[in-house]
Design a protein around this ligand. Structure first.
Ligand code: GLA
Length: 391
């Protein structure tokens, strides 16, 4: 029988192992596509297989995170969390083994208060499955199941007389995780409510900066606009998290999904896919595993990119890389726009947008730009990425 410690976390244990997230974490999370009631062991194992066979794992997507609604409706008699007996009949330790056997890492969802978000928003009929007052017990349970990633999701944790505040709640679990001695990547999720970029890097490897994403272009843009100014807070070991990807989910066009991924790569955002990898199209698979986009996302310098200018409906973006810079031109308008390159100058409608120095490549097309000049027709919502080896 496991003996639970009742002592306060040991102050000498470092709260965070920054090496777990030297570059933005990559993986898959169940929420965006399967939400609460479609989640099951069968889905998760199917996804685990698909991560291997589709090439996602080998492209760098290592974490498979099971979000809310994996839990039984109550703790067991000893006070421990258990998995939902119908939807996860084999239990979480067995699931973790299956995930690890495929060369993947296992992630789970908890919430710091009395309730998880699905209890609040999806009528998940559970009781007291939040981690309030059970932090050390739950951290030990997860470590015992072989969990490698925790998404800790606020969900009004200050309600119900907990007395929790944002930083205090997340610090508490950081201490409990550290005490387990198991390296566990820690995802802090409070939707940007308390400006977490100012404090979350002390405890976590990624922190949500904004409310939940939806598979709509308007949602992608709303989130992107709220990342402005946050670049200085991110870097190797800790990342701003504009939420999980909606690439491959119904609601975004092919072009919008591509721009969404390009923006997340420029933002040095965690790349947590959220689509059904078992049935995704070849176009989605090729996009998600695109070597040029992943190499920008995972650049070792770890500098988050930003919007640097606006020209009408065109936006210019830039991200410094370890061996140069990547520029982005995003057409936010509703009309196609012609973009031209001549003598190292990129122009639209005769107006200079940026100057490229050194050899440049069109990242998505995966080809070097011709010295004789280039021309692109940017569709509405389309983004062009140009990478150069000089700054
Ligand atoms: C919140 C989070 C989502 C997801 C759900 C689960 O809304 O922001 O990412 O985890 O809870 O209930």
């Amino acid at each position: 029988m496991r003996v639970m410690s009742t002592e306060a976390p040991d102050a000498a244990v470092p709260l965070k192992d920054a090496t777990l997230a030297a570059t933005p974490p990559m993986g898959w999370n169940s929420w965006n596509r399967f939400r609460c009631y479609e989640l099951s062991e069968e889905v998760v194992l199917g996804i685990a297989d698909a991560m291997v066979t589709s090439g996602m794992r080998d492209a760098g997507y290592h974490y498979l995170v099971v979000d809310d609604c994996w839990q039984a409706f109550a703790r067991d008699d000893a006070g421990n969390l258990a998995s939902h007996p119908k939807r996860f009949p084999s239990g979480m330790a067995a699931l973790g083994e299956q995930i690890h056997a495929r060369g993947l890492k296992f992630g789970l969802y908890l919430a710091p208060g009395r309730k998880t978000c699905a209890m609040i928003y999806d009528r998940y009929p559970a009781r007291e499955i939040g981690s309030f007052g059970h932090e050390q017990r739950d951290a030990q349970t997860l470590a015992g199941w072989g969990v490698d990633y925790l998404k800790y999701d606020w969900c009004k944790a200050n309600r119900g007389g907990t007395g929790l505040d944002f930083e205090g709640a997340f610090e508490r679990m950081a201490g409990a995780l550290a005490e387990t001695g198991r390296p566990i990547l820690y995802s802090i999720s409070e939707y940007g409510s308390s400006r977490p970029w100012q404090w979350a890097g002390r405890y976590g490897h990624l922190w949500r900066t904004t409310p939940d994403i939806r598979a709509r272009w308007s949602s992608v843009l709303k989130i992107v606009d709220r990342q402005h100014g946050l670049a200085p807070f991110a870097g190797p070991g800790g990342w701003n998290d504009p939420d999980m990807l909606e690439v491959g989910n119904e609601g975004l066009s092919e072009i919008e999904a591509r721009s969404h991924l390009m923006l997340w790569a420029l933002l040095a955002a965690p790349l947590m896919t959220g689509n059904d990898l078992r049935t995704m199209s070849a176009v989605t698979r090729e996009l998600l595993t695109h070597p040029g986009l992943i190499s920008i996302s995972q650049d070792v310098l770890g500098r988050q990119g930003e919007r640097v200018a606006r020209h009408g409906s065109l936006e210019l973006w830039a991200r410094a890389l370890s061996d140069g810079v990547v520029h982005g031109v995003l057409n936010r308008g509703s009309r196609p726009t012609r973009v031209e390159l001549a003598d190292g100058v990129v122009r639209a409608a005769g107006r200079e947008l940026l100057r490229l120095s050194g050899a440049a490549v069109d990242v998505f097309a995966g080809r070097a730009l011709s010295a004789g000049g280039e021309e692109w027709q940017l569709a509405p919502h389309e983004m062009l990425l140009l990478r150069t080896s000089e700054c």
